[in-house]
Design a protein around this ligand. Sequence first.
Ligand code: MN
Length: 259
Amino acid sequence: MDRRHALGAAISGLAGLAATSAARADAAPAAPFTVPQAFIPIAGSTEVFPVRRIYCIGRNYAAHARAMGSDPTREPPFFFQKPSDAVQYVAPGSVVEHAYPTLTKNYHHELELVAALHQGGRDVPVERALDLVYGYAIGLDMTRRDLQRFMGEQKKPWEIGKSFDHAAPIGPIHRVAQVGHFKSGAIRLKVNGELRQDADLKEMIWSVAEQISELSRAFELKPGDIIYSGTPDGVGPVVPGDVMHGEIEGLPSMTVKVV
Ligand code: MN
């Protein structure tokens, strides 16, 4: 191998680092600093789930879509991303402190089921889509609603409303072998004991399988991708001091205190 080829190989090795392969890391050239890999603990295991990308689906429950000003019967699914390092792990049975973010005066909770992928693919048919799922978690798609709306009204990207530090609190990943797939079941969020979101997963407009299939037409999905599957009606503001308690039937609950 001549020098140019050796460098090319070294650079592809570096790009592969995010795959958390120890063998590849050994072969990678030295970097001037380290970048931690985002991960989520796996329930009942000492292993962790490395996060590659965080996808989120918008307006996936009919009542929530109407509340956000769209017609759920006509709108195709749309997706956005949060940065991978936006995950904030929330261990079951603990109260995790979540910092109120900068720039917003209207900070909203969105409780969601999250699917975690261990296989990737392009143009995945709906019938095979669930084969890609490694497991599920409970998660919050935290949203700076005022910024999301302000940017949307100006037809600018509303990334700043969704994709900020710690914007993705999440519980442990539960493997499909342990919990199966989620096609129905209660999803509920209380703030300071008051019920705010109360729905059933079967009310999703696009199922998890359909979401994976649609996403895979726009992006090549890969192991480590996680998908926030949308939130039901009842989103609303939280302020410092508020305690959010989220429940999805079949998973441990999560408790997050805004500080
Ligand atoms: Mn959401």
